[in-house]
Design a protein around this ligand. Sequence first.
Ligand code: GTQ
Ligand code: FE2
Length: 377
Amino acid sequence: MAKPESKIIPADQGETPGNRQRVSLREAFHERIHANHMHGLWELASQMTRHPRPKMIPYMWRWSVLESIIKESGEAVPVGDERRALQLFNPGLGGRWATTNNLIAAVQVLLPGEVARAHRHTPTAIRFIIEGTGAYTAVDGERVYMAPGDLILTPSWSWHDHGNETGETVVWMDGLDIPLIQSLEAMFFQFYTAPQVPASRPPNASKQLHGHAHLSPTWVKEKPQSSPLLLYSWDQTREALSALRENDGSPFDGVALEYRHPQTGGPVMPTMACWVQLLRPGQQTKAHRHTGSAVYNVVHGTGSTIIDGQRFNWSKGDIIAIPPWALHEHLNASSTEDAVLFSIQDTPVLEALGLYYEKALEEKDGHQEVTSVFAAT
Ligand code: GTQ
Ligand code: FE2
């Protein structure tokens, strides 16, 4: 915290006995209010910034590093009571359990034969499957089976356990709103009484009931805040992307599609939106900034994202954190291959509170000058 400065009244600067007295009076006053757990607003003015100044920094976790750590994790740590999930800590957030100010991303590893113990918590979770087919997350008694590219939801306070009865290791990206729930002091957590919750519905029941694009079951009257569809299969995602791939899309995001709550058309979860976006070969988007943070996972292709003038060169599996209000634009560097990005975003929170703001970069034809290239530190 900045100390109160005598420059509040420049007249103090003279070395007259009267000014010396005023300064020491003021210093004593500040000491006294601090000792009584108060601060003057004049001491805090620098925190009323003209625009967001996030503490989180743009950062990228490379798949090459993640992959070798994932391999090691299988031997180094058991699945135990907690999940074998490597939480990505943003270097700007001083050791907070956070990838962005509101979101945590992790990579989770489940070896053949393993079960991650059943539990529930108020943070909302998504899984985006990176590797391995046929493992499952059981959500409130329904096994939701995984394949690469699938999105699986674990709504707030739903019981869940993970199981891998296949012969191959499964790896996915977790996305949760843990930092937000922590700042709201709304964390609740419980273990289930048994390692797994008994099945109470058929496997993939939510997809069978709710997974039919624009057709919803009319007899289902319940409209949960989180999407009742727990599995968004890659097959359907890929089909939608390829059907729209010739479309202009958004100038800032390319062919960007949001996963939708099938009953409300809103985001999949009250606190997190999920997106998938396609950049055609050579496609370069324009730069913009908005409130809300995001974590990206590269599903396919090679390219770069320029964040506040810093170029992040990415390829499959890389995970990238974008701060609120950071200028960003994407580029597919390949002249032959599509690039596909999955992301989680906290925009539903900003939107619900009337705090979503967005601004395009108008100068230089909407593109940033690249001033540095990201290298992990
Ligand atoms: O798999 O249920 O990365 O509860 C963090 C908290 C994963 C999980 C995380 C969790 C989980
Ligand atoms: Fe969990």
